[in-house]
Ligand binder design. Sequence first.
Ligand SMILES: [Zn+2]
Length: 229
Amino acid sequence: MLEGLSGMFIGHYSASFALKRLDSRVPIFLLMIGVQFMDFLFMVFILFGVERMEIVPGFTEVNAFVLSYMPYSHSLVAALFWSVVYGAACAFLIKKLGFVRALLICGAAVFSHYILDVLVHTPDMPILSGTGMKLGLGIWKNRIATIIVEGAFLSLAWFAYIRMSQPGPGAVGKYGASVFFGFLVALTVATPFMPVPKTIFELSAQALAGYVIIALLARWIDSKRIYVA
Ligand SMILES: [Zn+2]
């Protein structure tokens, strides 16, 4: 059980918290989904064979993913395209912000995924198609480096985010945010040690469920905070 969680890359959530800091009117739920939107697509695409990956134990210290074909979810051109699509969809939903501002902030959430993925992936991220130059600086090759980079991004962004609001009433208002942050840090440290998933389906299903659960938890915790405008 839980092998699929090795597909979670918690560091992406640092962008959600940093962007929430930029404008507190943007719902945290949309930012939490936004930063994982490219992986949402990938996890669905591999289920249907549109994109491909192989599970090779020991491929990097952090996970067993040989991401052999993912032009539709993870190329540079796709990242720009999905950023605009997701940003525009959010801009329609968030009426109070102004269309362009909402599009830019939610679009940036999606594009931040691309930038962080280039840092950690081995060179597997194409510019446009499945062939040609591929990007990836390969921090995943080192487990400790990965935990330090993810942990640092997450902590900095979290403290920027949490200082914007006050604890609300009740136990969740008082302690919820601290517990949630502790949970994210624990996941950051634990995911590089998760066992290798047995099947693509197990990886995909657990990762997708994980993204939704974490976004819902963030929405719940954030709703218990008091924002003074
Ligand atoms: Zn990704």
